[in-house]
Design a protein around this ligand. Structure first.
Ligand SMILES: O=C(O)C1=N[C@H](C(=O)O)C[C@H](O)C1
Length: 296
């Protein structure tokens, strides 16, 4: 399983009547893949999955899968919850729906705080029955569960666990430890947009980044520059992309990204569903200016 590269966790565009704009989603998915993204993540945090009905979630997954299949790109699908049995059932359903998906992105159980041993047991149980390989989504500021480098290594050793989406708010000791000696066949993908450049410099396999909807080709260029060892080009581009990444998160994700995509005419509305609120104009304009600058 090779999960290297830049993945775009698709936003879910809404039409003016509030329904999911599937045609816009397909067009956006095709655009980011044509710009060089290695694949898509359907139903990541950025896709507002908690605010979608089960039918809408299925439609989003089907649309993303069709666009990926047409382009030979990888599809990762989010599946989360605090109950191991229910997540196992969701994974079984996903395996039947999109058997060719590259992986399922499974969040460390949120709110429950099962401890490191419980978290490892959760993933061990899921991996034992999941039809799809698992990427652990580690985001302690959302889940409430910290994981040490040792616990992450235990997770990496589980058969069927193929990577981590690492989003701890920065470049911390566990990331440095894991990147210094990443287990064979285990992909370290950053989910922390503003830390893509330093994570790639340390050897990360890539990233799952909401801000990569904007200036997708530039994110891919940064990834390729680090892989080619062109540190000078990578450093300069990395600084500019860090600016865009920070601007994209000045309101709760994905409000700014949706605002910019709407201003660019790529989605019909900038709407998010409650409890999220649309981003303010100054936040959207600042990110739009940075994204436009990167296109030149
Ligand atoms: O949906 C995702 O996957 C991402 N979610 C993160 C979040 O909203 O916390 C941000 C990251 O860019 C990708």
């Amino acid at each position: 399983m090779d999960l290297k590269g830049i993945y775009v966790p698709l936003i879910t565009p809404f039409a003016a009547d509030g329904s999911v704009a599937l045609d816009a989603l397909e067009k956006l998915a095709a655009e980011v893949l044509d710009a060089g993204a290695a694949g898509l993540v359907a139903l990541g945090t950025t896709g507002e999955p908690a605010a979608l009905t089960a039918e809408e979630r299925d439609a989003v997954v089907d649309a993303a899968a069709a666009v990926c299949a047409a382009r030979g790109a990888r599809l990762i699908v989010g599946a989360s919850g605090g109950d191991t049995r229910a997540v196992g059932e969701a994974l079984a359903a996903l395996g039947a729906r999109v058997p060719r998906a590259a992986a399922a992105l499974v969040t460390v159980p949120a709110f429950v705080r099962p401890g490191e041993a419980g978290t490892v047991a959760h993933f061990r149980a899921l991996a034992a029955s999941s039809p799809l390989p698992l990427v652990v989504y580690h985001i302690p500021y959302r889940t409430g569960q910290q994981l040490s480098a040792a616990a992450l290594r235990e997770l990496a050793a589980i058969d069927g666990v193929v990577g981590v989406k690492y989003a701890t708010g920065g470049l911390d000791q566990a990331a440095a430890e894991l990147l210094a000696d990443t287990p064979e066949g285990f992909a370290f993908l950053t989910g922390e947009d503003a830390f893509l450049a330093p994570m790639l410099a340390l050897g990360a396999a890539g990233g799952i980044l909401a801000s990569a909807h904007l200036a997708t080709g530039r994110f891919v260029e940064l990834y390729e520059a680090w892989r080619a060892g062109d540190a000078e080009r990578a450093r300069a581009l990395g600084h500019r992309l860090t600016g865009l990444a920070l601007a994209a998160f000045t309101a709760p994700n994905p409000a700014v990204t949706k605002g910019v995509l709407h201003a660019q005419g790529r989605i019909p509305t900038p709407d998010v569903r409650l409890p999220l609120l649309p981003a303010g104009r100054p936040e959207v304009e600042a990110a739009l200016a940075l994204a436009s600058g990167l296109d030149q």
